[in-house]
Design a binder for this molecule. Structure first.
Ligand SMILES: [Zn+2]
Ligand SMILES: [Zn+2]
Length: 341
């Protein structure tokens, strides 16, 4: 089959590799749509990822397709089933899994290789995080993984209906946050760097959007827009150190600040102890997703309450993958649905 392999920094090669065969407990799917993601862009630019993968490796982690082979002992699935697989699954028996804190499982099974004609799904993922797709397009179902991360992020952010939420970042993840927060009744103020993406934020229901290139001082503007208090909830979705610090500065006393975008290794930020203590801030990081949110994500996509197709800028064949990454680096596209055939 044709598959993309990541060898290192911005070194992505399309190669012919042997078709995957399922071992016991595994299934193989024919990939119908594999969506690109901000994490892929980060991994491509850095040439690796702390947890998910080490090059040389098959690459890509969001996909939906059709089962073409099942391994020994697989009884719940059959050839022809339309499915989406999360890119990870918890072990189910460690200290954290026993406390249902699945995203903290140190033994997560990761799966990479969606930018290929076929994808093997490891047994742990078949067991915990493989879902049947209802009657929706494969490219929409492929967005289950990032949306599951977003739903996990929102669930941990203490958001109440009517809250004024500041969202920093206009990537696919940021826009998914906007859509779901609006659906839940929040007023969302979005700061991003790209007018086209901010237009989509508006279409998704953002109360106001701002291009940060035209804003001198984001925290002061947020205070002006919130009767001098600051935002009830702040969500950071860029993975940039200075934006993490800006996020904290936008918070009202009593606010929750969700620092969602992962920064490069060994990044440190500074926090005013005075603000943290006297303003009783809750500052938290939220990582990845859990089986519960994977299911919630697919049912939200299937409900068609949100136009997730607005996040897909283009559909492209696998042979264009390298160009797609260049386009993502230049922020010309949000998400691209790679269709291997
Ligand atoms: Zn992703
Ligand atoms: Zn575990």
């Amino acid at each position: 089959m044709l598959a993309a392999l990541l060898y290192g920094q911005e070194d992505l090669r399309l190669e012919q590799v042997s078709d995957p065969l399922p071992d016991a407990g595994e299934v193989v799917i024919k990939v119908h749509a594999a969506t690109t993601c901000g994490t892929d862009l980060k991994v491509w630019r850095n040439g690796g990822h702390a947890k998910m993968l080490k090059p040389p490796t098959l690459f890509g982690h969001e996909a939906a397709g059709e089962i073409v082979a099942v391994g020994a002992g697989v009884t719940k699935w059959k050839v022809g089933d339309a499915v989406v697989a999360n890119n990870s699954a918890p072990c189910g028996h460690c200290f954290f899994c026993l406390r249902r804190e699945y995203s903290l499982c140190p033994n997560l099974t990761w799966n990479n290789g969606t930018f290929a004609q076929y994808l093997k799904i490891p047994a742990k993922i078949v067991q915990h995080n493989l879902l049947l797709i209802p009657d929706i397009a494969y490219e929409l179902a492929a967005m289950t993984e990032p949306l599951a991360c977003v739903l996990h992020g929102i669930a941990r952010s203490n958001v109440k209906p009517g809250d004024r939420v500041v969202l920093l970042g206009d990537g696919a993840i940021g826009l998914m946050f906007v859509a779901k927060l609006v659906l839940d009744g929040s007023q969302v103020l979005v700061f991003g760097g790209n007018d086209k993406r901010l237009e989509i934020a508006t279409k998704l229901g953002a109360a106001q959007t701002f291009n940060y290139h035209q804003v001198q001082d984001i925290p002061s503007l947020v205070k002006e827009l919130t009767d001098g208090y600051g935002a009830d909830i702040v969500i950071e979705a860029t993975g940039d150190k200075s934006v993490w610090e800006t996020a904290i500065a936008c918070a009202r006393p009593g606010a929750t600040v969700n620092l969602f975008g992962g920064c490069p290794k060994n990044t440190n930020i500074s926090v005013s102890t005075e603000q943290l203590h006297y303003s009783e801030l809750t500052i938290k990081g939220v990582f990845h997703n859990t089986p519960y949110f994977v299911r919630e994500a697919l049912s939200l996509i299937a409900s068609r309450k949100i136009m997730f197709e607005w996040l897909i800028s283009e559909r492209r064949p696998l042979k264009d993958l390298e160009q797609v990454f260049v386009d993502m680096r230049e922020r010309k596209v949000i998400k691209v649905a790679i269709q291997p055939d």
